[in-house]
Design a protein around this ligand. Structure first.
Ligand code: BTN
Length: 325
């Protein structure tokens, strides 16, 4: 990645750069620049090459900067964070921190990536992660409790992200059970929570968040559901480092609050964000589909469905809305 990354730092301003200029800056010939430009394709960016003018990105990029991210933390969050990493490229920040969890890394590590080559979504789906445009972050935290005390954690983490976005002036945000961030029925982002531990504890939890900030067309074409990005939701242009820092702040403090008070401290707030409350939904699980009316969540974070007059608890699955007939 090194040379590719240096090239991207020059291109990040969104202006045209000639092959000659880039070659000079990188200390390589024009043919090598051309080859490097080809190597950007898998990174999912929209790149223009115009004869006589050179190369430019469709949109300028605000690359992540550790100091600017840390500047968003308050004193409590700063003391909770053990280590922050910002990496240009990784397969998956969740995979990386889960590996660190298994190798015994203590707690409170956070990892942001500019690009994920194998970003993971829920239910084994890929998470499209183009370079330098969206936010991909994972936070690892250790909990010295048994499995039961972790119930509702992934919903609490969703509330933490909603708080971060609301602090940036985003309105109309909804949470779709269990972990989708939705704006006007289109997906703005999602969370993937992974855990490792023994039933009696301790547990290592990795909370991964993917948030669309500005999706390049080349990447958007790969997404098979209605999506939206932050630049559409909050057209005032919120800086990428600011969003990253706010997410980290609220994830760290939210996980701390969860460790003290559990899901009870988040449940009412979660219900205020609930997209499907009182609506007809279908929930697809492994090999089954349940239809019913959504009635909120219980104290464990399970979705409550009213099916033929009976309340059923749903522990996992994908929710889709049904049109009433
Ligand atoms: C979903 O399917 O809605 C969850 C998406 C979670 C994506 C994030 S991006 C950062 C972290 N690393 C991953 O590989 N996945 C999560």
């Amino acid at each position: 990645m090194q040379r590719r990354y240096r090239l991207l730092r020059f291109l990040a301003d969104g202006r045209f750069h000639s092959g000659e200029e880039l070659g000079h800056l990188l200390g390589v010939g024009r043919a090598a620049v051309w080859k490097l430009m080809q190597s950007l394709e898998p990174l999912g960016l929209d790149v223009y090459a115009v004869r006589g003018k050179g190369y430019r990105l469709a949109e300028p990029l605000e690359l992540l900067n550790e100091e600017q991210v840390l500047a968003e933390l308050n004193p409590l969050a700063a003391t909770l964070l053990h280590q922050l990493e910002v990496v240009p490229e990784i397969d998956s920040t969740n995979r990386y921190l889960m590996e660190r969890a298994r190798s015994g890394t203590a707690s409170a590590n956070a990892c942001f990536a500019e690009y994920q080559s194998a970003g993971r979504g829920r239910q084994g789906r890929p998470w499209i992660s183009p370079f330098g445009t969206n936010v991909y972050v994972s936070v690892l935290r250790r909990f010295d409790v048994g499995a039961e005390a972790l119930q509702g954690l992934s919903l609490a983490a969703g509330v933490a992200v909603a708080r971060a976005l609301s602090s940036l002036g985003v309105s109309e945000l909804k949470l779709k059970w269990p972990n989708d961030l939705v704006w006007r029925e289109r997906k703005l982002g999602g969370l993937l929570v992974e855990t490792a531990g023994e039933p009696a504890g301790p547990w290592h939890v990795v909370v991964g968040v993917g948030l669309n900030l500005s999706l390049p067309e080349a990447s958007a074409r790969l997404i098979d559901q209605p999506w939206v990005d932050l630049k559409t939701v909050a057209p005032g242009q919120i800086g990428r480092n600011r969003v990253a820092g706010r997410l980290l702040l609220h994830l760290l403090t939210g996980l701390e609050e969860f460790s003290r008070h559990g899901f009870a401290a988040f449940r009412q707030e979660w219900e205020r964000y609930d997209l499907v409350r009182d609506r007809l939904v279908s929930v697809s699980g492994v090999g089954s589909v349940t239809h019913g009316r959504a009635c909120g969540v219980d104290h464990t974070g399970a979705l409550l469905l009213s099916v033929a007059g009976q309340i059923r608890r749903v522990l996992s699955g994908d929710v889709s809305l049904r049109v009433a007939v």
